[in-house]
Design a protein around this ligand. Sequence first.
Ligand SMILES: Cc1ncc(COP(=O)(O)O)c(C=O)c1O
Length: 441
Amino acid sequence: MIETKQTMMNLPGPKAKAIVERDQRVLAPCAGRVYPLVIDHAQGCEVWDVDGNRFLDLAAGIAVLAAGHSHPRLVAAMQAQVTRFTHFAGTDFYSESMVQVAEALVASMPATHEWQIFLTNSGTEAVELCLKLARHATGRQNIIGFFGAFHGRSYGSLSVTASKPLQREGYFPLLPGTTHSFYPTCHRCPINLSYPDCQIACIDLIERVLFQTTTPARDVAAIIVEPIQGEGGYIVPPPGAMQRLRDICDRHGILLILDEVQSGIGRTGKMWAFEHEQIVPDIVASAKGLGGGMPIGAVLARAELTRPWRPGAHGSTYSGNGMACAAALATLDLVQESLMANAAQMGPRLMDGLHALQHRYPQIGFVRGRGLMIGVELIEPETGAPARALANAVMQAAFQRGLLILTCGVSSIRFCPPLIITAAEIDEALHLFEQSLQACL
Ligand SMILES: Cc1ncc(COP(=O)(O)O)c(C=O)c1O
């Protein structure tokens, strides 16, 4: 018998409610919180709110907390660091921890090339730099992204983001020279074909349509793509699609930028999601899991692209921040030691459990993902159409039952737990998810 809270908690409790009201007075409403969870403290995969309610966390601060909340090794690393120094402007001065993070990241990349690193503070900042580097290295201007992509909210990254209109509305004009093509979304093929008979025609549209009409190949600096689309719905491309993109880039001297902000750092059971695809990118953006909860990102690029940069060509006050690097080093150690393997082991358990639910509930249209990056798309059983309202209702019902999950895409629920999650916690999450789904039918 799984020990779990199954009853509705009637949230928010009084303390949470009061804090939410204060928040609404002084914090800008653009953040769009999905439910009123006010954290008090957290440990591992568990979170307690200010009213003492306990939650199982399958959201991990939006796929950030690779080692879970307050992992003892991260706590120790940061406690040791805070007494030595916190910040020392890594683009003006040197620190060993910054070098160690870069060395660990370089070591994680394929030996086919030499790699260099620039450390950033967030995912969007990493993506910005990927775009800058691509233009700088190629002398070309244009960037191709994909419909459904999410790369961040600053101007460059927002320009290649094509996830929800609300994210772009009111902010035009965006970066000139950005354009989009179809992401290989086989379960709802954008050009009504089916894999494998389609021969991945959606990717070929880049050459057959974009290059022949609006976007001359010789002016394209880079194609930027998520190896698994995150915010867009946890969509795993079919075998061969990423290789096809790599081929297009090679044929036309275009750089391939992989946005691994959500999929990287062990989440899919390998250090990088591109390792499932037998391709080597030119540039990679990382963040989220890298700092295990501290704000840090990274650009990993082929050294022949970064070497022409002259000192001062890019910089950032907090690049290589002491606290962020201490957390990143501890996280990278843990990921290599055990977390990546745990994601590879626990992912199938969660996936199998969700597939079992799919057999029982026709509202579960699709279950997809890799490692601990798993999406469940809810549908209207009669028509197969995405069931957006149901997905939102299930997320709310889960919150009321002590399970933290988030939606993505149109009607998908994402499961992106800390990579330390145990089999018992997965079983508890599956149980709570089923209860939540049942409550909404
Ligand atoms: C794939 C991807 N790229 C970039 C970003 C932006 O990262 P940040 O929110 O740290 O700026 C996100 C955030 O969700 C993401 O999922």
